[in-house]
Ligand binder design. Structure first.
Ligand code: ZN
Ligand code: ZN
Length: 684
């Protein structure tokens, strides 16, 4: 495979454990969010997270506000204002305003308000609260506030919050100082506003002169420091806080996760006296973002097992986790589980599922879901366009781009990343350039590094290496390391040693520990049989203590994820897999397959090279899929690096010999092998 593959013993058992984690999800069908029973197999008995009794867990807030009788008048009709009992009218009108504001129907609330003959400050405050919650209603809120005959501290606090919600911190600050009598809420609102806005010095100033502090004040400071990535100050405040609310504990968990101090986050999660849904979500998303998707998924299962209802945030995190693990089976089970809940009508939840299906290689289900989403927002469209791009369906992605314009949806920068990568994977160079140019001109979207990386890839792969270099030099900001990595990849395809050395040098200047940089450069030298240079790069890597990410592939069979590494000697079915590969090798050679020894970079003999190729992780995974799944069943294999050229060619032959459709997702895209060809058209 590659020159510096580090032989590791693999963490296969780790994945086998995942089996037990995945399987029992199909227990969920009876109830929306509660498991009928806890399966003892699911949990690690020694796991400290389990030792807390479920009663200590507070349930998350219900996702929807269900109006109750004391909130809604039994007949919300303005005719009731003609009642013979003026006090009843007053009470019911106030209730109606509160109700309409809760359901975010500001116009109806305003109508009731205007028709009221008697208004108290409470009435004024209710309607003001409605305006302060909506964005862009600052002017109306201010006008209302000015009309309140006797504003009280609640009126002041409500308008203060309105300034802050509209990010007008400066006016908020001036207004705060004019509040005649300040209560806890006034101080806390201002401190939170400053800290959410990253103005920690000002927040601290206010905090220190605040006459009396409560847990909200402490939490605001801790959250602010976490947000500002000042973990030390957050820890300091957390330790000093006399009362630690669940918000403070959760903010600290988020802070530790952001700094990748997973163990410290776990300790806090274990120690905290009360957890809410936000705390669980913080742990789950923390795991997923720190590359520990398995743990994230596990914790999600545990949360659901305890009867805690997930919200859209929990689902979005766990589905990203499923996508990272390519655990389609698990993703489907979560889909079934959520199907009957009200969450299922939420566009963002459906989009998370859509994205998961795309990333796990099930484009069919993704499309079905897409057509069923009634209110598609730009995120939904982006997910589908990216899905098509990843699967190499460039034309369809571009068609969808025109469709969103017809629907009057405004594309954003992510749409263009998806669109440019669609052009890239389909080799549509001119169209890509056209869209890149129109992005700023016609849509006012500034190009960010991701767009430039797409363009360098597009130009580079198509062989316009010099144009790619020119584009990098014309960038309005300092090039990022990834862009040179991309250029380096293109130089390898086109065997341009001079530019490859240039790109590698730039990449290693910016990121001296870039394993990818060294490996790619070694690859280029090896392609040209410059073994002395390969050795030199190897030596450099040793000197810089660079560790290459070992390549591995995995496949989910009957809800178990099996992982393979190149030259794996670990899997229990290895003998069967090797036998299958030998059998395939014979058939492939008869069909005209010639192994491409270029992809073996070790300076070894021919026979040995063929042997090494035969044991590449993606081939092992495909062979395992062939022997363990039903005839003609589709095979989905995932790889943590780019698929190798020889394996790509071999799998084309295998798809004919075995009459199978085989999907391989690598770091860049999906390859869909069928009848001896690949959906990428050998352009990747
Ligand atoms: Zn290979
Ligand atoms: Zn392909």
């Amino acid at each position: 495979m590659s020159l510096i593959t580090k032989k590791t013993t693999g963490n296969h058992l780790h994945f086998i454990r995942f089996l037990y984690l995945i399987k029992p999800l199909n227990l969920y069908h009876k109830h929306h969010f509660t498991l009928p029973s806890e399966n003892p197999n699911l949990h690690d008995v020694n796991d400290p997270l389990l030792t807390k009794p479920p009663s200590s867990l507070s349930l998350g807030k219900p996702h929807f506000v269900v109006p109750t009788n004391n909130m809604i008048p039994t007949q919300p009709s303005s005719r009731r204002s003609q009642s013979l009992y003026p006090h009843d009218d007053f009470v019911s009108s106030n209730k109606m305003i509160t109700y309409y504001i809760r359901i975010a129907d500001l116009d109806s609330a305003r109508k009731v308000f205007e028709n009221m003959t008697v208004k108290t400050t409470v009435t004024w405050n209710s309607i003001l609260a409605g305006y302060s919650r909506k964005p862009w209603k600052l002017k109306e809120a201010r006008e209302l506030f000015d009309k309140i005959p006797e504003p009280d501290v609640v009126s002041f606090n409500t308008l203060l919050a309105c300034y802050i919600n509209n990010s007008d911190i400066k006016t908020a600050w001036n207004f705060f100082h004019k509040i005649p009598v300040k209560d806890f809420a006034s101080w806390n609102t201002m401190i939170s506003g400053l800290s959410r806005n990253g103005q920690m010095n000002e927040a601290l100033e206010l905090f220190s002169i605040m006459p009396e502090k409560n847990s909200v004040s402490w939490s605001a400071m801790i959250s602010g420091y976490v947000e500002a990535n000042d973990l030390d100050s957050a820890v300091d405040f957390f330790n000093k806080a006399p009362i630690k609310s669940v918000v403070a504990w959760t903010a600290m968990i988020t802070g530790y996760m952001k700094s990748r101090k997973i163990e410290l986050a776990e300790n806090l999660f274990q120690e905290m006296p009360v957890r809410n849904l936000v705390s669980w979500n913080s742990m789950i998303s923390g795991y997923v973002e720190c590359g520990r998707s398995e743990d994230g998924v596990k914790l999600f299962r545990r949360m659901v097992g305890l009867g805690i209802r997930p919200n859209e945030r929990s689902l979005s995190s766990v589905l990203v986790g499923c996508s990272n693990l390519s655990a389609l089976g698990l993703g489907k089970q979560i889909h079934q589980f959520v199907c009957k809940s009200p969450l299922y009508f939420d566009t963002s939840v459906l989009t998370s599922f859509l994205s998961m299906y795309c990333k796990c290689g099930d484009l069919g289900n993704a499309q079905k879901l897409f057509h069923g989403i009634r209110q598609k927002d730009i995120v939904t469209w982006n997910a589908m366009i990216s899905g098509y791009a990843q699967h190499g369906l460039g034309e369809r992605a571009i068609g969808f781009f025109h469709e969103i314009k017809n629907q009057g949806v405004r594309p954003d920068w992510i749409t263009f990343v998806a669109l440019l990568s669609a052009c890239n994977h389909a080799g549509l160079v001119n169209l890509g350039i056209k869209h890149f140019e129109s992005m700023k001109r016609d849509y006012g979207i500034e190009a960010i590094p991701d767009h430039y990386t797409c363009m360098v890839d597009l130009l580079g792969r198509a062989g316009f290496l010099q144009k790619a270099v020119d584009l990098i030099s014309g960038m309005p900001y300092k090039p990022h390391p990834a862009i040179f990595g991309t250029l380096l990849g293109a130089c390898r395809i086109h065997k341009n040693l001079e530019l490859a050395e240039f790109a590698a040098q730039k990449l290693l200047d910016l990121d001296p520990n870039s394993a990818a940089g060294y490996v790619q450069l070694a690859n280029v030298y090896a392609d040209m049989k410059r073994w002395d240079q390969v050795a030199r790069v190897r030596q450099l890597m040793k000197e810089h203590k660079v560790v290459k990410t070992p390549g591995y592939s995995w496949i989910e069979v009957k809800n178990v994820v099996h992982e393979f590494r190149s030259g794996d000697g670990f899997h229990p079915d290895l003998e069967l897999i090797h036998a299958k590969l030998y059998e395939l090798e014979k058939k492939m050679k008869l069909a005209g397959f010639v192994p491409n020894l270029e992809f073996v970079l070790h300076d070894v003999g021919m026979e040995q090279k063929e042997m090494i190729l035969l044991r590449h992780s993606e081939k092992l995974a495909v062979a395992f899929g062939l022997i363990t799944t039903a005839k003609r069943a589709e095979i989905r294999v995932f790889k943590n690096l780019r698929i190798c050229g020889d394996c790509h060619n071999a799998i084309k032959y295998i798809s004919v010999i075995e009459e199978r459709e085989i999907f391989v997702r690598d770091t860049v895209r999906f390859h869909h092998f069928r009848n001896g060809t690949c959906s990428c058209g050998d352009y990747w």
